[in-house]
Design a protein around this ligand. Structure first.
Ligand SMILES: NC(=O)c1ccc[n+]([C@@H]2O[C@H](COP(=O)([O-])OP(=O)(O)OC[C@H]3O[C@@H](n4cnc5c(N)ncnc54)[C@H](O)[C@@H]3O)[C@@H](O)[C@H]2O)c1
Length: 441
């Protein structure tokens, strides 16, 4: 049997010569771009997913994520070095396995680790000496060492001796034209020095890496990044309400402040937090901190402010209708944008979903338009059963209020303002349009 340093040397050589196979578990927003990058770097890559629809679409060379064009999936398939599968026994034939499964919160807002532990259990069935296993899912510090490692070591194999185990968080920013998976540096932490060496070598073939001393540091670094965003967004959301009372336009203030060439980064207010990361990840730390008798006050406060934003927006709709002698009951409201941010098709945790629910609770009749989301699908918390309504002159005239929740570039805001009777704008999307019909919220 090969010794542990020999195993590492074999793996490193295999990485260098592109002779190792890479398996990516979870073909979502994080996993699919990784497949593309490792394939492009010359590896044979296998994408695993529980969802047969995704596997089938990938086999048909089709993309199901708006910002990943189908041509990219075709190019990956063309190399003959890509397999999409739901057959997890193929893990045994992989040399490197990256875990990119969801890490949501449960209904008590506690970490739901079932996807990570379930996947790790599956991997443990096929674990063999020489395997490199890397967790990519965002999670609390300690997960890789305390949760993943024990499951894998139950096999009798030991991390750092028989197999290699590491953590490397993803830093995707879907649809950001300035950065792609291959240009965003990747933080990497290993359970042991050998584990780090193996994981770092693999990632270096596709991205610049930032090795750190432990998996815990890598896990915490991802949380710091997302907590930083959550807190700064909460700050501008609070200032938006404060400045509004002072009759100061927050967006103009931010534009002025951001001319400072150092020590300031612009964050923008909105109708609330959305996406799979910022509204959720900070609470992974809050949960873990309790074990250490510590309360993460900043995170809680930011959460409180950000969660209250849809309620504030609804109050602005009420005000706008009121000024026009209308009430919320039976008011017809069109929400523009279901996705959580502009120009993407991702509706996870989108504030628009909360807005629809709150407005309906008050008796309003709500429709939505989103050029990228033709109909709603069943989610953990919501099953709205809605279909996107086209933005036409006649349609706009039918609504008592048009609520801009997401500032998609595709919208013609001048046209929207012209044909609507009241616009509540949560994103300053109509910033260039002057009209008494517009209320900023
Ligand atoms: N979306 C982002 O921009 C982003 C950015 C950074 C980090 N992350 C983190 O990356 C992780 C994945 O997020 P995502 O956005 O790619 O999620 P996603 O929902 O888009 O994709 C997850 C995929 O995993 C599959 N899956 C679930 N359980 C599985 C299992 N047991 N075996 C195989 N496949 C399984 C699902 O079918 C889905 O296709 C999360 O921890 C998230 O917080 C996401």
């Amino acid at each position: 049997m090969a010794g542990n340093s020999e195993r590492l040397t074999t793996l490193l050589e295999g990485i260098e010569k592109r002779k190792v196979s890479v398996g990516v578990i979870g073909m979502g927003y994080v996993g699919l771009p990784l497949v593309i990058e490792f394939n492009r770097a010359g590896f044979h890559v296998t994408g695993f997913d529980l969802d047969p629809k995704k596997v089938s679409l990938l086999r048909k060379r089709k993309s199901y994520i708006k910002h990943i064009p189908t041509e990219k999936i075709r190019a990956v398939n063309k190399t003959g070095r890509f397999t999409a599968t739901g057959d997890f026994s193929l893990i045994e034939t992989m040399d490197c396995v990256l875990i990119c499964v969801p890490t949501p919160l449960n209904k008590y807002r506690e970490p739901d680790m079932s996807f990570v532990t379930g996947t790790t259990e599956t991997i443990s069935r096929y674990l063999r000496p020489g395997h490199l296993i890397i967790l990519e899912s965002t999670t609390y510090p300690g997960t890789t060492d305390e949760k993943v490692r024990p499951i894998l070591e139950r096999t009798g194999l030991k991390a750092g001796r028989d197999f290699f185990l590491a953590y490397s968080p993803e830093r995707e920013d879907p649809n950001n034209p300035d950065f792609t998976t291959s240009t965003i540096p990747k933080v990497v932490g290993g359970c042991t020095a050998r584990c780090l060496k193996a994981a770092d070598a693999l990632y270096k073939t596709v991205v610049p890496t930032v090795p750190v001393s432990s998996t815990k540091v890598a896990e915490a670094s991802k949380l710091l990044e997302n907590i930083y965003r959550s807190i700064n967004i909460a700050l501008v959301n609070e200032l938006k309400i404060c400045f509004e009372r002072m009759e100061i336009n927050i967006w103009e203030v931010i534009d002025a402040s951001k001319t400072k060439p150092f020590g300031f980064q612009a964050f923008y207010p909105g109708p609330g937090l959305g996406g799979h990361c910022i509204p959720i990840d900070p609470f992974y730390l809050t949960w873990k901190a309790r074990e250490f008798d510590f309360h993460t006050k900043f995170i809680e406060l930011a959460g409180e402010i950000n969660t209250s934003m849809p309620y504030y927006v609804v109050s602005k709709v009420v005000d706008g209708l009121n000024e026009r002698g209308k009430c919320m009951r039976d008011a017809r409201i069109l929400i523009l944008g279901l996705a959580y941010k502009k120009d993407v098709d991702d509706v996870r945790e989108s504030p628009s979903l909360k807005l629809i629910t709150l407005l309906r609770q008050k008796g309003a009749k709500v429709d939505y338009n989103d050029p990228y989301v033709q109909r709603t699908h069943k989610m953990r918390e919501y099953d709205l059963k809605m279909t996107s309504v086209p933005v036409t002159e006649n349609n706009l005239k039918r609504y008592d209020c048009v609520l801009i929740a997401t500032d998609h570039t595709a919208y013609d805001y001048k046209f929207i303002v012209k044909h609507s009777s009241l616009i509540v704008d949560t994103r300053n999307a109509t910033g260039d349009v002057k009209s008494s019909k517009i209320i900023k919220a």
